[in-house]
Design a binder for this molecule. Structure first.
Ligand code: SAM
Ligand code: SF4
Length: 329
């Protein structure tokens, strides 16, 4: 193995989030409220299967054991099962995850599992179908729910569900969410709304801290679970009476970045050291031949030395990220 990816703050990177497309068919108010807008001028296509194989191989050779395939909506890619398979067949990769809006899950999740997908995160911002429609712009609540049921039915031991926490939308729906996970193996993760370049008013109107939910959980006997090596910054709570778990992702909380173990590669082949960082460093010229692997690793190692200790969200600085669909949330 080449030298493990590590930054100057001794953080090791086991986890790659790989975006395979910017395109999405939903219009979530906090992400792509006007839907996906194709760029005015022609630009290069998204990473090809061959380029994906090369980037994942280089990461795996430097200690990465988990890859999340994300987007935009990753399942919009026709070769999504082939991408899963290529990642799963890379030596050293033990976990292949995806984050999806779930619209295609009921029909396709069995194929994804066969291809080697080990973990699934689905976004469900409300259990009220009308509110779901209002937030995502799509009337697909029941399709997404059927997708989750199907994933559990075909043998996934657990499905993670992402909920972006929003004041006046879902922040008061904790009892409904708890009821839903009582007898289901679901890890429901409340993600605090993050400010991105294209959103100001929405953030000011709807951002709410996860602290209140955490206090309610603790008051009702929920217990914080210890973290594993490849776990991210989520705080996960468990309760003896519930099959499901609750996760809290609170990027505005102090020390959030201390446990950062992830790097990102965009659908255009740019390395991003942080979700809220810079413009990204192009890797694509080094993804054209297998023989370029050493040069690719060297470029990533060099860039890693520039990774900041923390994001600057507290100062209202969300970096160059216009929305999370653009570099893979
Ligand atoms: N389309 C897929 C989906 O929605 O699950 C994958 C990409 S999406 C960008 C990944 C995750 O980022 C989703 O769970 C989404 O809810 C979350 N997300 C997007 N914009 C966000 C924001 N501004 N703040 C917090 N979470 C956000
Ligand atoms: Fe699409 Fe996911 Fe963004 Fe919603 S959060 S608009 S589903 S990329």
């Amino acid at each position: 193995m080449a030298q493990q990816f590590e930054d100057k703050f001794h953080r090791k990177f086991y986890y790659l989030r790989l975006s395979v497309t910017d395109v999405c068919n939903f219009r979530c108010t906090y992400c792509l409220p006007d839907g996906y807008q194709p760029p005015g001028r022609k630009r290069p296509a998204f990473l090809t299967l061959e380029e994906i194989k090369r980037v994942v191989t280089a990461f795996a050779d430097c200690g990465t054991s988990k890859v999340r395939i994300t987007g935009g909506e990753p399942s919009l890619r026709k070769d999504f099962p082939q991408i899963i398979e290529a990642v799963a067949n890379t030596q050293g990769i033990r976990k292949v995850a995806t984050t999806t809006n779930g619209y295609r899950m009921a029909k396709q999740v069995a194929t994804w599992r066969e291809a080697g997908l080990t973990h699934i995160n689905v976004s469900v911002d409300s259990l009220d179908p009308r509110m779901f429609h209002q937030i995502t712009g799509e009337n697909k609540f029941f399709d997404v729910m059927a997708g989750i049921d199907r994933a559990l039915e075909i043998g996934y031991p657990q499905v993670k569900v992402n909920v972006v926490l929003m004041k006046d939308r879902n922040a008061k729906q904790l009892p409904e969410f708890l009821q839903w996970i009582k007898d289901r193996p679901i890890q429901l993760r409340f993600i605090e709304l993050m400010q991105t370049g294209e959103m100001d008013e929405l953030f000011n109107n709807h951002h709410v801290s996860g602290v209140e939910i955490r206090n309610q959980l603790i008051a009702n006997g929920w217990i914080l679970k210890a973290k594993g090596e490849s776990d991210g910054p989520a705080q996960v709570f468990v309760h003896a009476d519930y099959q499901g778990e609750i996760g809290l992702i609170m990027p505005y909380e102090k020390n959030f970045c201390e446990s950062c173990n992830r790097l990102r590669v965009s659908a255009m082949g740019k390395l991003h050291l942080c979700l809220f960082g810079e413009q990204g460093v192009d890797l694509r010229d080094l993804l054209q031949h297998d023989s370029q692997e050493n040069a690719l690793i060297e470029r990533i190692q060099t860039q890693l030395q520039n990774k900041s200790v923390s994001h600057f969200l507290h100062d209202g600085n969300s970096g160059m990220t216009p929305n999370l669909a653009s570099i893979g949330g």
